[in-house]
Design a protein around this ligand. Sequence first.
Ligand SMILES: [Fe+2]
Ligand SMILES: [Fe+2]
Length: 392
Amino acid sequence: MERRSFLHISAAGSILGASASHAQEPQDEEAKAPGIPVAMAPRPDGIEIIWRTHQLARGMVEFGPTPELGSTKRDDGWGLRPAGSESIRVRLDGLQPGTTYHYRTVTESMDKKDASRSVSAIRTFRTLDPAASATRFAVWNDTHKHADTIKKLAELTPPSDFLLWNGDICNDWYREGEVADTILTPAGGIDHSANHPLLLVRGNHDVRGTLAHQVEDHAPMPDGKPWFAIRSGPVTAICLDTGEDKPDDHPYLFGRAACEPMRQAQAEWLEQTITRPEFANAPYRIVFCHIPLRWTDETTDHGYDWYSKRSRDLWHDSLVKWGAQLVISGHTHRDAHIRSNDRFPYQQLVGGGPKHAQARLITAQADKSKLAIRMTDLDGKQVRALDLPALV
Ligand SMILES: [Fe+2]
Ligand SMILES: [Fe+2]
């Protein structure tokens, strides 16, 4: 927890932890300190700011085009102040595309005995710019809560227009607080959205466990659903949720999974989305989904899916019609590049895993001439490279 980024002030106006009356409670106050703000779900006209809390608190976001800020968002649109006991989220709308904003979060305890107030450091985020001539982004797959891997990935990830965390961020959800910790303060509290807003796509482990429903509470999505499309410069990215790697009625899932209707809903959404001009006419067209849509061996039954045939059967025709060039996935914990062919005009890139030797960082840069995608290991060594031509 990086307390230095917050001024934590008690009702009496003292800095908590520094006053004599709180000298015996540094650990308690440390545990209660709000997490580093996280900028998620960027759009051309907005973004969502979310941060970890450890007690019931209300919050607001002060923001503006300069460090002087100037605007405050202090309502949730439902007649209430944004509040929560595990996280607080504030959605900002009406922003300008491709613009850097400065912001800070304010957290006010709702505990009558502790009217503390915390103010974060001033930070920045940048909205997406669909009209930009170039873009760059980064992808993490299958971090599975491995702190060393996450820290190393964060260290290697360059500033980008967005960071796509492409699923299996956990090992199933069972512990109270785990969902908020994993998404908002991973690896003990790194600042993972400092240089790029975060987009999350769920993996099969992220829809598993008794608390899997809490992901919705702590993972803002651009359209409020776990699938979405974005345009960043010349790239359209369609982000899909492949759900579980087993059928919904598999005994292992004890009746909890309902991924089949979700995949069907995405099929219908996809059919419409590929006709929207801002997505249809993009020079580069890529797909993110956790489970690959193609795999090197599609014949063997392993008891779970190496690739999501259930998803592909529903989405393939629309992806071909749209002109999808590449699907970027994780899930297998071994990297692969499967080229296009007559049946599958889209390539498949797979990479990432929780252990040092399996982990991969994918970075991409697109301009008028090409979309250059590079995959490196955690030692910084390039293991895969592919360039996509502009379609228009
Ligand atoms: Fe995984
Ligand atoms: Fe997976």
